[in-house]
Ligand binder design. Structure first.
Ligand SMILES: Nc1ncnc2c1ncn2[C@@H]1O[C@H](COP(=O)(O)OP(=O)(O)OP(=O)(O)O)[C@@H](O)[C@H]1O
Ligand SMILES: Nc1nc2c(ncn2[C@@H]2O[C@H](COP(=O)(O)O)[C@@H](O)[C@H]2O)c(=O)[nH]1
Length: 257
């Protein structure tokens, strides 16, 4: 028996003049005229599906209606992700700010580059389910706020975010069709030079380079990327930006990933 599961603004005498469009998801929109109230109305109906299908239908519906896509930049430390993000970000392509327990670098501002948290606050956010994913890097915690991703997906604009591979995989698993990942690479000599120029703690620099050598420069690390861009020293940074803009435009042309 076909039975309405979800119904909105359906007056009692709704049986009258309706034009119904049915979506692939099983969702039906009827544009009707109510003789009793003498005015038009719309009804929204999921029809005759078992509960578990209803749930996935509503998820697909969110997918259909939500437009925002998220471009994830990932790759080794000092490959140029932050500089690329800085150049690409604008009001129509906002950055999604993640949280970290690492101390800010001299130029970094709370709420702009990261939400800088102490370990206790970070753990509280984890415990409250406010983080959709998190990772440990160099003894510090990094995590993505659930609300930041859901707002970006529900919004009309694409957004960008910097994550590591664990973050890419977590977002792709949960929001597959909204996520496109660009791996930003640079060779070891470029990374070493840039990290030395950044200054800071020698042990931390060595650890970042080791992670690049052993993990972040491997084929396996790049494998989930939808595009790979190399930004070595000697490559004109404007050229890197141009290639990234082209890749992002091609994602838009293809529709959601
Ligand atoms: N093509 C390039 N040629 C020379 N220097 C570059 C190039 N691209 C970026 N840089 C420089 O490399 C340094 C590191 O870049 P950036 O901070 O953006 O890296 P990152 O990937 O965000 O690093 P991290 O993950 O450690 O934060 C910056 O000083 C940046 O200006
Ligand atoms: N999985 C996540 N990775 C993140 C997040 N925010 C940043 N990152 C990655 O961490 C490392 C270290 O960052 P750094 O700013 O100290 O160089 C780098 O690979 C970032 O891409 C996050 O929320 N989740």
């Amino acid at each position: 028996m076909r039975r309405p599961i979800f119904r909105r603004s359906m007056p009692p005498s709704a049986s009258s003049r309706c034009r119904t469009s049915t979506w692939k998801t099983g969702f039906r929109i009827s544009k009707c005229f109510c003789p009793r109230k003498n005015k038009p109305f719309k009804s929204f109906v999921f029809d005759g599906q078992p509960a578990q299908i209803r749930f996935s239908a509503s998820i697909s519906l969110i997918g259909v209606l939500a437009l925002g896509r998220i471009i994830v930049l990932y790759g080794p430390s000092a490959s140029g992700k932050s500089e690329i993000q800085r150049q690409l970000t604008n009001p129509g392509f906002p950055r999604i700010i993640t949280a970290t327990t690492r101390p800010p670098r001299p130029h970094e501002k709370d709420g702009v580059h990261y939400l800088f948290l102490d370990k206790e606050s970070f753990q509280e956010k984890m415990a409250r389910g406010e983080l959709i994913e998190w990772t440990e890097y160099n003894g510090e915690w990094y995590g993505t706020l659930r609300s930041s991703i859901e707002e970006a997906i529900a919004g009309p604009a694409d957004a960008n975010i910097i994550l590591d591979l664990a973050g890419v995989l977590a977002l792709k698993e949960r929001y597959k069709e909204h996520i496109a990942a660009i791996y930003i690479g640079a060779n070891l000599p470029s990374l070493a030079r840039r990290l030395a120029e950044r200054g800071g703690d020698d042990a931390e620099t060595a650890s970042r380079l080791q992670k690049a050598r052993e993990q972040e420069l491997t084929e396996a690390y790049m494998q989930p990327a939808d595009a790979v861009i190399w930004n070595n020293d000697g490559v004109d940074f404007e050229d890197t930006l141009k290639r990234i803009r082209e890749v992002i435009a091609s994602f838009r042309g293809r529709g959601a990933q």
